[in-house]
Design a protein around this ligand. Structure first.
Ligand SMILES: *[C@@H]1O[C@H](CO)[C@@H](O)[C@H](O)[C@H]1NC(C)=O
Ligand SMILES: *[C@@H]1O[C@H](CO)[C@@H](O)[C@H](O)[C@H]1NC(C)=O
Length: 159
């Protein structure tokens, strides 16, 4: 009897471990854009957005491969975020995956604005035109970080 209870407990424990594992996995592969909406509701990220590329879908945005690009971000007054950390390029395919980090030098958020200029390119091997979105992380002095994603944009071939 005791043995049965024990083994039941152990199986339940194993099942819950499996659930935890699959749960975490599901979060890892769930669409980044879905995660963004959840993050937006947190106080920390609130008001943090991309100004360029724009956050909302505003029709097709075309960028020529390997051209200079200025990313712009803004926050709302009262935001605790003080540093934008990076600009990551994601493929817009299902479960959008990280393609590369185009910039990670960090830009101070001053008067609720930050910007960074770098080369916008899709790594060799990607068939252009291809559609992407960007993700940027920002941090606050007390530690917590949060991220946002941009609207889609398309990188086209150099001429
Ligand atoms: C990716 O972008 C292309 C071009 O805009 C679009 O046709 C396609 O539906 C997008 N895919 C996803 C998963 O959003
Ligand atoms: C985009 O430009 C970069 C820099 O010139 C180049 O290395 C890369 O192969 C180009 N990407 C594509 C997909 O052609």
């Amino acid at each position: 009897m005791l043995l049965n209870v024990k083994s039941t407990f152990i199986s339940l424990f194993l099942i819950s471990l499996l659930c935890t594992f699959y749960g975490v996995n599901a979060i890892a592969v769930s669409k980044i854009k879905g995660l963004k909406e959840r993050d937006d509701k947190s106080d920390l990220c609130s008001g943090f957005k991309f100004d360029n590329p724009p956050s909302g879908l505003k029709g097709p945005i075309l960028k020529r491969n390997n051209t200079e690009f200025t990313a712009r971000w803004s926050t709302e007054s009262g935001s605790k975020l003080n540093l934008v950390l990076d600009f990551e390029l994601f493929s817009n395919e299902t479960d959008g995956k990280l393609v590369t980090t185009l910039w990670d030098k960090g830009a101070d958020i001053k008067d609720n604005k930050a910007s960074a200029t770098f080369s916008m390119y899709a790594p060799e091997g990607i068939t252009l035109p291809a559609t992407f979105f960007a993700r940027s992380w920002a941090s606050s002095p007390s530690g917590p970080n949060c991220f946002i994603v941009s609207g889609d944009f398309t990188i086209i071939k150099d001429l």
